[in-house]
Design a protein around this ligand. Structure first.
Ligand code: SAM
Length: 309
């Protein structure tokens, strides 16, 4: 058995045991299993494994738990998207990463899968902060961060309220999509809807820019129709004032089960007096991942844009 399978089999066996004997959900049982490992109550099958093997094995167990519970709020960012975001973070910070580590914020960190995928790709060159409202998810993120030894400070709170976070070099976030229920807090935002409830995903973009350094890059997974909704005019206006759109990347066909759930990658840069906007916004579509030739052409296009931007 490969290491990844061994770790998954270990977590799965212990979690199923917890589930049957303690009347817990499978996801809670995974959490208890990981916490037992960290409390040294269990031997750890992940000894000697790579950080990616550990992350992927935990991810498989979490996915199994999410499928069983089918909680709509529990949406983990899949690897295909995490790896693409990681690729873009690497490209935009290529020069800076040669000198010093970068700070990353994920204000909707969930299970930590997206953030830890990116951190594993840039291993040793990042430190991060994650924010999450859901207690089970943030505990899963904390355990995965500890087992993969990624330096992440986690806060269990509503990310749209004040946060204890110093301005960061980068934001990565798979935005929660929908209306934000706390209308009083929404009033603090330029993107507060003039009528009715505000979009949480718009407020998350504004909040991310609030906690980003000048010149920072922000990598968002956004609904593909972000610029088509009835509140998008305000978003356009807001972005023009505070950020430069660097890239809008469409994702491959067929990775989302439903057209309504389709997402794109939106890359922004926070405006700075010392920098200038890119000459051109990179507009591209990631081809089907199994088409090696098309994928190579896509990466070439990104390189050419980077050199000319
Ligand atoms: N990237 C995450 C991962 O890999 O697990 C998944 C992010 S999921 C698409 C969006 C997350 O935002 C959910 O975990 C949800 O609980 C969280 N969320 C929603 N509203 C929030 C808020 N106001 N403050 C903090 N987190 C919030």
């Amino acid at each position: 058995m490969e290491k990844l399978e061994q770790i998954f089999a270990f977590i799965n066996e212990k979690a199923e045991h917890y589930e049957q004997t303690n009347n817990l959900t499978y996801l809670e049982s995974v959490l208890n299993t990981l916490e037992d490992v960290l409390d040294h109550k269990n031997e750890w099958a992940g000894e000697g494994a790579s950080k990616e093997e550990i992350r992927k094995a935990i991810q498989l167990a979490i996915l199994k738990g999410m499928r069983k519970a089918s909680q709509p709020n529990h949406q983990m960012t899949p690897d295909t998207l995490g790896l693409l975001v990681g690729y873009f973070v690497e490209q935009f910070f290529e020069e800076k990463l040669k000198d010093s580590p970068i700070s990353i914020l994920d204000p909707a960190v969930g299970t930590g899968n997206l953030l830890i995928t990116v951190m594993n790709m840039l291993d040793g060159k990042t430190f991060a902060t994650g924010i999450e409202v859901d207690e089970t998810l943030i505990r899963l993120a904390a355990d995965t961060a500890e087992l993969t030894q990624q330096p992440i400070m986690l806060y269990h709170q509503d990310a749209l309220q004040k946060m204890l976070v110093d301005p960061v070099d980068a934001v990565v976030c798979d935005l929660p999509v929908g209306y934000y229920p706390n209308e009083e807090v929404a009033l603090d935002y330029e993107l507060c809807a003039s009528e009715g409830m505000s979009y949480a995903h718009h407020l998350f973009i504004e909040q991310s820019l609030n906690y980003a350094k000048e010149g920072a890059y922000l990598f968002f997974l956004v609904p593909s129709n972000l610029f088509e909704s009835e509140q998008s005019k305000d978003l356009h206006k807001y972005l023009k004032k505070h950020a430069w759109i660097q890239a809008v990347i469409q994702l491959p066909d067929g990775i989302f089960a439903n057209k309504v759930l389709e997402k794109s990658i939106l890359i922004l840069q926070k405006q700075s007096k010392d920098l200038r906007a890119p000459r051109e916004v990179l507009l591209a579509k990631v081809p089907n991942m199994s088409n090696k030739q098309a994928l190579a052409a896509f990466f070439d296009k990104v390189q050419v844009w980077k050199e000319e931007k």
